[in-house]
Design a protein around this ligand. Structure first.
Ligand code: SAH
Length: 388
């Protein structure tokens, strides 16, 4: 039987985790870090030695303890119950079986992300402790969800910080080269094994539907389009579209999807740097979608990243007709909603711009109030008003 080591934490950390936060940092421990096991489970105890929770421990990571939110030792039932809970929530909330099935801390599954593409699953593990549950996770997907294939897209650099290797491996079955799915009338194609992220930006899929109201007879720009989820829907709804991305592979798949939806004549695809495109284009647009990759990936990028967001959005506003709409996003978790808003105020300097709506990641990427780091995708819809 594994004798579970204990890790004492400071009063301040205890106070914070009592509000529900899931991480405990190296400088909050009373037990020396070097006494902690790598990737195993420990008991978190207060300075008075009361049991507070169990956690994955990693002495090499700044996030040294990842809470497991349980009163009893987490065994294979623990992970199965958590997965089942995450699954039931999706089952009740989504009628199309393409969604994020597990969203790490957002589902009390620290370091585990799983995207479901019907019977095909793409997972990513970013904590050493979760890695030890891999067999149970794969077993559960096979037995409970009838998985036909499971891919581990473990390529992220977050794994290096946890001392894990980076790899892209098929854990089970034969994943389709391209997975096809229908998203409210649009035929989508996702490359699960080689495409960006897990093959699709599932966090944006509901926002594509915004195009239904903003496209008929309009000139639309889908900037940072990836496989043009926004642009293809806009074209289908009657827009003339320009879709820009710097990735050749993404544009090539986007063209195939456009053909599949019979809108290839309504979209001009351009492989180009987005800022370069904006600087040089002579077009003005009725609707612009601006969905850049995270421009702030770490604290050291903060200042330059903020300037980049500001300039990018300023250019977007300038390229809008009067009464045009800008739908703009940031997926940098280090940029708060209010900081983004303040930047956008500067981007709109000298123009009459009205806020129409705010946008967020969908509920299969749950934002927990107790763990603010679960929030990353923020968006705004703006109207550029005519000044008479
Ligand atoms: N809107 C897309 C997701 C965009 S993700 C969707 O819903 O699917 C960000 C995209 O920006 C990626 O496809 C990436 O290839 C692209 N990209 C990254 N840097 C870029 C740059 N400098 N110029 C243009 N595209 C860029």
């Amino acid at each position: 039987m594994y004798s579970v080591p204990e890790c004492r934490i400071s009063k301040a950390a205890e106070k914070r985790i009592r509000l529900g936060h899931q991480w405990i940092f190296a400088n909050e421990l009373l037990t020396p870090v070097k006494e902690l096991p790598y990737g195993n489970i420990v008991k978190i105890v207060s300075d008075k030695n009361h049991l507070l929770d169990y956690a994955f421990s990693n002495p090499n990571s700044l996030i040294t303890l990842r809470r497991l939110l349980t009163n009893t030792f987490p065994d294979s039932d623990w992970i199965k119950n958590r997965l089942e809970n995450a699954f039931q929530f999706r089952l009740k909330n989504f009628d199309i079986p393409v969604y994020r099935l597990a969203f790490s801390e957002g589902d009390y599954l620290s370091g585990l992300t799983i995207d479901r593409f019907d019977n095909h699953y793409v997972l990513q593990i970013t904590s050493a402790g979760m890695e030890k549950f891999l067999d149970e996770i794969v077993g559960w997907l096979k037995s409970k969800l009838n998985a036909k294939s499971i891919i581990a897209r473990n390529e992220t650099s977050y794994r290096k910080m946890e001392g894990l290797s980076t790899e892209n491996v098929t854990l089970y079955g034969n994943p389709p080269e391209n997975f096809e799915w229908n998203w409210y009338g649009i035929q989508m194609i996702s490359n699960l094994k080689e495409g960006q992220k897990t093959g699709a930006y599932l966090d944006q899929r509901f926002h594509y539907l915004l195009m239904d109201q903003l496209s008929k007879g309009k000139k639309v720009l889908d900037l940072f389009c990836h496989t043009a989820g926004f642009g293809i829907r806009a074209a289908k709804m009657g827009a003339e579209v320009i879709a820009v991305d710097s990735s050749k592979e993404s544009i090539s798949l986007a063209k195939e999807i456009a053909k599949r939806n019979q809108v290839e004549n309504r979209i001009q695809f351009i492989v180009e740097d987005a800022n370069h495109f904006l600087k040089n284009t002579t077009y003005q647009f009725d609707t612009i979608v601006c969905d850049p990759p995270p421009l702030i990936k770490s604290r050291k990028d903060q200042k330059l990243g903020e300037i980049a967001y500001q300039k990018l959005n300023q250019r977007c506003f300038e390229k809008l007709h009067s009464n045009g709409i800008l739908i703009t996003f940031s997926c940098s978790h280090l940029l708060t909603t209010s900081s983004l808003f303040n930047l956008l105020v500067k981007s709109a300097k000298g123009m009459m711009v009205q806020l129409i709506s705010t946008l967020h990641q969908p509920k299969d990427h749950p934002i927990l109030l107790s763990h603010p780091e679960t929030e990353y995708l923020k968006g705004y819809i703006f109207l550029k008003r005519e000044v008479v």
